[in-house]
Design a protein around this ligand. Structure first.
Ligand SMILES: NC(=O)c1ccc[n+]([C@@H]2O[C@H](COP(=O)([O-])OP(=O)(O)OC[C@H]3O[C@@H](n4cnc5c(N)ncnc54)[C@H](OP(=O)(O)O)[C@@H]3O)[C@@H](O)[C@H]2O)c1
Length: 414
């Protein structure tokens, strides 16, 4: 494709994002990108677009030789993989926002892109409108990227903001997030932290070149949080955020986890409210950098999709540079983190796997402990998946990181 070539698009999905990109393209004639056909699932739904554009037969798009770009914006990850792989095999460039599908099939999708020498772009899959993937791909190529930590799920951040600031009940806040188009069709993906894990999997590929099975990343969402946790946070001046973390801890090891986290007011993540996302990039030379923007919703997500479509005019493709550097990183869970664990008064949790317990609190209603534990021991603790136990990490306090470093040092010396 040359820069002046017109893009003829086959669009899959006409929901929150699909309809958004349809409208945005109508208002962006300079792009010379035109939607020829739209494949949807339910033909009976009323659509705000000419009826002749719609089909329920995916082959009307996949086998139309005039279509040179496929934009995949459906909420079914399995069907999306069939559509995207079929398109790539036919050397048709693809833009997608489907983080679940991409995280699950990253290795196969990379092979398909290479074998067929074709672009597959998915900026909207991580951080909505924020250009994270292209940044990790291009900008941090020669820099040593030490860490990535951020709020990458708009609906959970929206829910946490509404609970903390307006005292809204969890279910009402979730309903609002769904009504505003921030939540996944299956909101469990958001609130259980799986969507953030899927995004972190994609980040790990572009930041460090590692292919990780999303299911192996230690994670917890926001469903187990207890109202008393918010009280503790308020007393200490923290906000609770769902934070996805990746960190290079040695020349060949990386840690990655997603946990609700106490964020203090010195962190840029502290003030990220509602559906906004924000990521902190720790770089060896540039220190800390912060990217911020809307992480969900029709037009913010469409903006990233539009940017990918525009990039196809000059045949942009991810080179997966970090995958081919020769450096190999492995994911390790042998890493200490500081956590707050709260549980009902009647329960007693086994604390034997904590390296250190700093604080213990008991009351007639809720108990908590604050301590330092290895990620592997946390994940294997018999209480970690107990719905009456909440686990919140202290992820951003510099003094805690220093304390953990000191402890790690002492453990090595023992
Ligand atoms: N919403 C956001 O803020 C956001 C942000 C970032 C990424 N994303 C991602 O963007 C994608 C779309 O999300 P959305 O919020 O726009 O979803 P949505 O509002 O639920 O819309 C889904 C669309 O997919 C269509 N569809 C489902 N299965 C299909 C199939 N097998 N073949 C053809 N069409 C099919 C549906 O058709 P009908 O209309 O006929 O039911 C509907 O138009 C998802 O991968 C999501 O994770 C969303």
């Amino acid at each position: 494709m040359t820069q002046n070539k017109e893009l003829t698009i086959g669009l899959f999905g006409f929901g929150v994002v699909g309809e958004g990109i349809y409208k945005v393209l109508q208002q962006t004639p300079t792009l010379k990108a035109k939607i020829k056909k739209i494949c949807i699932k339910h033909p009976e739904k009323l659509r705000d677009a000419p009826a002749e554009l719609f089909t329920t037969n995916r082959n009307d798009i996949l086998f139309d030789s005039t279509i040179n770009v496929i934009v995949e914006l459906i909420d079914d990850a399995d069907a999306a993989f069939e559509i995207v792989s079929s398109a790539l095999k036919q050397k048709i460039a693809v833009v997608s926002a489907n983080k679940k599908m991409i995280a699950k099939h990253l290795a196969e999708l990379l092979t398909l892109q290479q074998e067929n020498n074709v672009s597959f772009l998915y900026e909207a899959a991580v951080g909505g409108s924020i250009p994270i993937i292209r940044n990790l791909e291009e900008y941090y190529d020669n820099d040593l990227l030490n860490s990535f930590s951020g709020i990458v799920n708009g609906s959970t951040n929206y829910i946490l903001t509404k609970i903390n600031e307006e005292g809204l009940d969890y279910n009402k806040a979730l309903l609002q997030a769904q009504e505003l188009g921030f939540a996944e069709s299956n909101p469990a993906l958001d609130v259980e932290g799986i969507d953030a894990v899927n995004k972190l999997t994609i980040v790990l590929k572009h930041a460090y070149g590692v292919t990780v099975n999303a299911e192996t990343i230690t994670h917890k969402g926001i469903t187990f949080l207890h109202s008393d946790d918010a009280k503790y946070a308020a007393e200490k001046g923290y906000n609770i955020k769902l934070v996805a973390n990746a960190k290079r801890i040695s020349d060949d090891k990386i840690v990655a986890f997603v946990l609700p986290s106490f964020v203090d007011s010195t962190s840029q993540l502290f003030n990220i409210r509602n559906e906004y996302n924000g990521v902190l990039i720790g770089s060896k030379l540039a220190d800390e950098q912060f990217l911020y923007g809307k992480g969900a919703g029709r037009y913010p997500t469409s903006s990233a999709v539009l940017s990918d479509i525009a990039a196809l005019r000059y045949d942009y493709r991810y080179e997966y540079k970090k995958t081919f550097t020769g450096l190999t990183y492995n994911l390790t869970k042998d890493y200490l983190i500081r956590v707050f664990v709260s549980f009902n008064q009647k329960d007693n949790i086994d604390t034997s796997s904590f390296v250190e317990i700093e604080e213990t609190y008991k009351s007639s209603k809720r108990n908590y402990i604050v301590g330092i534990i290895k990620i592997s021991d946390l994940e294997n603790a018999n209480w970690f998946n107990n719905k009456d136990v909440s686990t919140i990490a202290f992820s951003t306090e510099v003094e805690n990181q220093l304390k953990i470093k000191k402890l790690e040092h002492e453990l090595v010396e023992e």
